[in-house]
Design a protein around this ligand. Structure first.
Ligand code: NCD
Length: 342
């Protein structure tokens, strides 16, 4: 694909070569994200960060990624604080806001809403999550994390064995990640969920058609044997018709240190798109794993900044100019999350 000026709406847009381009660009962003030096390559550019659903990581890491490239960020964080609450259409909002910024990131509860917004936007739009549909930047940062973690074990992405656990029906991060992994070869997917929260049929059918092995499991213990990666997700309670319905699934699958020790291979990497639901009734990923060196969740969140910087640099066509605008860091900088040995 041509990144320059493009919207990023679905992972279906990418080829393997495109993904590699994002990853090599992300690698080059590490010194800036780690505050070894600063770049001002996007000095004067403005990001419109539009989040019409709750978000911590995605919103702030997109914002910080833009700031780290030298740009400014304008945020709109609630429907009720915008003119959408007065009945303005996504079309009109897009036409107006694209006069104010150079690029936009948007999260919205309706599937397809970000694509609808993009049609009317004059500036590139990145999908920050459209309801239960897709979350392309999360899938890219997840895959980038898989790549780095597997590299420490001398392995690549082809032939990966991965267990995806939890609400596979409503989890947009899972949907996008499955599609991305589908572009590699001979991946063994273990899809671990209650039958009612199974992954969408069309995703499963597409993976099988591409020659991947897909195993459906309804028991946690059976699902987490013999895999390289556990990708745990929370029940997407906000997508259920009512709370009683969501309550049925709370706490059904809980990964903790004792389950891990008993059923997983010793080096199994533990991932989660976050937030994990740490309320006592849920705890799909227990905090007793926090000291486990295979817990990659905070490396994953750090990688999100690199991947989002890469997307901005590629879309705004400055990837090869980033290093021309470098300054030293003059302030105290704290130690960062350690990077796994490569
Ligand atoms: C995910 C999302 O919003 O889809 N979070 C995120 O962006 N890191 C997963 C979730 O909310 O469970």
């Amino acid at each position: 694909m041509i990144f320059k000026g493009s919207h990023i709406l679905s992972v279906d847009q990418f080829t393997r070569a495109d993904i590699e381009k994002v990853f090599t660009t992300a690698d080059e962003m590490r010194p800036y994200a780690q505050r070894e030096c600063i770049t001002r390559v996007l000095n004067g550019a403005i990001l419109g960060n539009l989040f019409f659903e709750p978000s911590t990581r995605t919103r702030i890491s997109f914002g910080c990624a833009f700031n780290l490239l030298g740009g400014e960020v304008r945020e709109t964080t609630e429907v009720k604080a915008s003119s959408l609450a007065k009945g303005e259409s996504l079309h009109d909002t897009a036409r107006v806001l694209s006069g104010y910024s150079d690029i936009a990131v948007m999260r919205h509860p309706e599937p397809g809403s970000v694509a609808e917004y993009a049609v009317a936007s004059r500036v590139p739009v990145i999908n920050g999550g459209d309801g239960p549909n897709e979350h392309p930047s999360q899938a890219l940062l997840d895959l980038y994390t898989v790549k780095l973690e597997m590299a420490t074990r001398g392995q690549g992405i082809d032939g990966l064995r991965i267990a995806l656990i939890g609400d596979l029906k409503n989890g947009r991060a899972v949907h996008s990640l499955c599609k991305l992994l589908g572009m590699y070869t001979k991946v063994h997917f273990k899809l671990v969920s209650p039958p009612q929260l199974a992954a969408p049929e069309e995703i499963i059918v597409a993976l099988i058609a591409k020659g991947h092995r897909v195993e459906i499991c309804h028991e946690l213990e059976e699902g987490i044997h013999h895999v390289d990666i556990l990708y745990v997700t929370r029940t997407q309670e906000e997508r259920f018709e009512n709370q009683e319905e969501a309550d049925k699934y709370r706490g059904l699958f809980r990964v903790n240190q004792s389950i891990y020790t008993e059923h997983c291979e010793p080096n199994t990497v533990i991932m989660h798109p976050l937030p994990r639901d740490s309320r006592s009734a849920a705890k799909e990923l227990d905090e007793d794993l926090n000291q486990n060196p295979n817990l990659a969740i905070f490396r994953q969140t750090d990688n999100g900044v690199l991947v989002r910087m890469a997307l901005f640099a590629l879309i705004l066509d400055v990837a090869d100019k980033v290093h021309d605008y470098v300054h030293p860091v003059t302030w105290y900088t704290a130690k960062r999350e350690p990077v796994p040995n490569q």
